[in-house]
Design a protein around this ligand. Structure first.
Ligand SMILES: Nc1ncnc2c1ncn2[C@@H]1O[C@H](COP(=O)(O)OP(=O)(O)OP(=O)(O)O)[C@@H](O)[C@H]1O
Ligand SMILES: O=C(O)[C@H](O)[C@@H](O)[C@H](O)[C@H](O)CO
Length: 181
């Protein structure tokens, strides 16, 4: 069972197409928490690189992880509960995001399942061809990393409810039904 601080920051993590943005949006609606989309914090060069079909390297990702880490720290320091999406594929990436109060929510799914999702997603800069490299880079969280894993076979609303229930979070009154898809 992951430990939750009174005002946690949830990092919704997983490969491209695992549902991070979708689930984070529903969860933020139910909880009434601050939300940031990690994809929006990438330097432009990173987005252009992924769009052209090339996988990011560690060097490409460090500046981006620094921005995400700053965002997390601001919320932790201010005691404001929040949710951010970030692939956070490797343990060394999570190590720079980790701090008291940070809980990783790992959206875990098979390559086939996620590949099907990406095939029917349109208008996103990330090409489905990069999914293979995402799985190659992925180091699933283990051991004493403060995390929960969720199997991505339920609806976004069910996945959000599972996070709320497993972490013992409190939905905003009247928002419990938000995002029922
Ligand atoms: N629980 C779900 N059930 C069915 N479809 C889903 C679910 N979650 C997400 N999807 C769909 O899967 C696709 C990928 O979801 P989403 O864009 O949220 O993934 P992501 O992890 O944020 O991807 P990326 O990192 O590339 O931005 C979208 O088309 C979304 O509508
Ligand atoms: O670490 C990475 O390779 C990137 O963060 C990708 O995961 C993308 O940001 C995202 O998946 C595309 O939307």
């Amino acid at each position: 069972m992951a430990k939750t601080a009174q005002q946690p920051v949830l990092v919704i993590m997983g490969v491209s197409g695992s549902g991070k943005s979708t689930v984070a949006g529903v969860l933020a609606g139910k909880l009434g928490w601050d939300l940031a989309e990690g994809d929006d914090l990438h330097p432009e060069a990173n987005v252009a690189k992924m769009h052209s079909g090339q996988a990011l390297t560690d060097e490409d990702r460090w500046p981006w992880l620094g921005i995400i880490s700053d965002w997390i720290r601001e919320h932790v320091d201010a005691g404001v509960p929040a949710i951010i999406t970030c692939s956070a594929l490797k343990k060394k990436y999570r190590d720079v995001l980790r701090s008291e109060g940070v809980v990783f929510v790992f959206l875990q799914g098979s390559k086939d399942k996620i590949s099907d999702r990406l095939a029917s997603r349109h208008g996103h800069f990330m090409p489905p061809s990069l999914l293979e490299s995402q799985f190659e880079a992925l180091e699933e969280p283990t051991g004493d990393e403060n995390y929960i894993s969720l199997c991505v076979s339920a609806s976004p609303a069910e996945e959000a409810d599972e996070v709320i229930q497993r972490l013992g979070l409190r939905p905003v009154a009247g928002n419990a039904e938000a995002g029922a898809l």
